[in-house]
Design a protein around this ligand. Structure first.
Ligand SMILES: [Zn+2]
Length: 505
């Protein structure tokens, strides 16, 4: 009797593979079958589509209705296919003209009344459509998703509020019934990061954050409660250079998948601070329809792990691989989802269980055994991947009352940008990302600086990995000083951020 084919998108990790929605009408006993969805989803989708068609003033066809979602082996969350299924039924039963349908893709969940409800990850879908280049189709989707989907420049996004409105777009003779394309708004990042001028004193820790930002280095801050570790960490994104359009798009697409994106966050480097009770899935991602975890939501931004020793050791272990590779693969049954996770790790901990070891204001009450046990909770391999260890002392009353004005983030960020530009001109990447081979090429210290480093290495019994990390740090310190030469002074400062890593002794 009738056939209609429409196009939509599924979700697989950050990808949004194409799905065709075929609707067949045939004579026979009334039946409504959907092939390609899980059974529970089929039931719900059928109910919504049937009611929406009725309540929009159309007829639900009397015979056998068969809907086929292909390919069969893709993960499909049913809601998003309501709109193309309903349109396909109307087209196959000649209640909707078919001539234009092939130039569009569709996604949207229907309410029983026929209103369109938002779907997840519209940005990932419009991004996938956009990648088709000249052959990209226009995209009709729920109004609530339009601003997000239109962030992809050139995407032809047409928002709609109801099934009826979409039908009018294709069927009405009245030009004013056509849907209006959403054009991307120009989103500008303004100074919405907390500012370093709020941080009193803490010259050493501020310097450490500047170095971390300049080279993309990971850092662990050690200091008593209330010393300002969190305050320093959440100001780090404000020191990093503005995101490129590609970085902004990737970051937004991941957040959109996780359901946490709003257009106001466009171009803003993420700062994620999961609680220490977070599970491995919450941290790295997972689930039946795999969702990105905290490390991916922190993509191109900062992941802050406060009270590091309180995290489950097994949870911390899963961080090691993505820290090096910049992506995470989540396997679920036979399917794999890959999420990006280029994050900068900043962690913090107290020096001992009570927090006051080495503090001048209060005495530590911990035993040497409990201190060793506490510090030992962080595994050697993870510690080995942290570039800098930073002591953050509590401020004295004097320092708190002193009314000096600290440097603002904008001033520090300028030095960071200059240092990063030197790195990219030299090696097309941050110093933190240098391989061992690259380190040997671009991090060559002067002779006496080399001697100083070797002496420290022998004395402190470093691994080769630790040695290379000091060289990378020294390279960043020299880049901040705008010099190609790594001197003893640069090495000495870099060693200081490593030496404290033997805190167990
Ligand atoms: Zn203590």
């Amino acid at each position: 009797m009738g056939l209609a084919v429409l196009r939509s998108r599924a979700l697989a990790g950050l990808a949004a593979p194409a799905v065709t929605v075929e609707v067949h009408l045939a004579n026979g006993l009334p039946a409504f079958t959907i092939v390609g969805l899980a059974e529970a989803e089929v039931r719900e989708s059928r109910d919504r589509v049937r009611a929406a068609i009725h309540n929009s003033g159309f007829d639900f066809p009397a015979g056998r209705v068969t809907v086929n979602l292909a390919p069969a082996d893709l993960p499909k969350e049913s809601g998003r296919f309501d709109l193309p299924i309903a349109l396909g039924i109307l087209a196959a039963s000649s209640q909707l003209p078919t001539s234009e349908l092939d130039r569009y893709e569709f996604a949207g969940e229907l309410s029983l009344s026929g209103a369109l409800r938002p779907v997840r990850a519209s940005l990932a879908m419009s991004y996938a459509i956009h990648q088709l280049g000249d052959s990209q189709r226009a995209f009709i989707l729920p109004k609530a998703n339009a601003a997000e989907a239109a962030l992809v420049c050139d995407a032809k996004i047409y928002p709609a509020e109801s099934l009826l409105q979409v039908c009018a777009h294709f069927a009405s003779n009245d030009p004013s019934a056509r849907l209006t394309r959403t054009l991307p708004a120009a989103y500008k990042t303004t100074g919405q990061y907390p500012d370093f001028s709020d941080v009193k004193g803490q010259h050493l820790a501020r310097r450490a954050m500047e170095i971390a930002a300049a080279g993309g280095h990971s850092a662990l801050m050690v200091g008593p409660p209330g010393a300002g570790k969190s305050m320093l960490a959440n100001r780090l994104p404000g020191l990093l250079p503005p995101m490129s359009d590609t970085e902004s798009l990737e970051t937004a697409a991941v957040q959109s998948l996780g359901g946490s994106f709003t257009v106001e966050h466009w171009g803003r480097r993420p700062f994620r601070a999961p609680h220490h009770t977070a599970s491995a899935v919450a941290l790295v991602g997972g689930g039946g329809q795999p969702r990105p975890g905290e490390i991916s939501l922190a993509n191109h931004g900062v992941l802050f792990l406060d009270e590091l020793p309180e995290f489950d050791r097994k949870v911390l272990e899963v961080l090691r691989e993505p820290l090096e590779s910049g992506h995470i693969t989540i396997s679920r049954a036979a399917r794999q989802s890959v999420f990006p996770c280029h994050f900068q790790l900043i962690a913090a901990m107290n020096p001992c269980p009570c927090g006051y070891l080495g503090d001048t204001r209060k005495n530590c009450r911990c035993t040497p055994e409990s201190i060793a046990r506490y510090q030992g909770k962080i595994s050697g391999p993870l510690l080995d991947r942290i570039d800098m260890l930073v002591s953050v002392a509590a401020l004295s009353t004097d320092e708190i009352l002193r009314s000096e004005v600290s440097e603002s983030s904008a001033v520090i960020a300028e030095r960071v940008t200059t240092a990063r530009a030197r790195q990219h001109a030299r090696q097309q990447k941050n110093n933190a990302a240098l391989s061992v081979k690259e380190i040997e090429n671009v991090c060559v210290p002067e002779v006496d600086a080399e001697n100083l480093l070797r002496a420290a290495m022998n004395k402190l019994q470093w691994s080769a990995r630790a040695y290379h990390r000091v060289l990378k740090l020294a390279r960043t310190i020299a880049d901040l000083a705008q010099t190609d030469v790594i001197t003893s002074a640069h090495i000495a400062e870099a060693i200081q951020y490593r030496r404290a890593l033997s805190m167990q002794s």
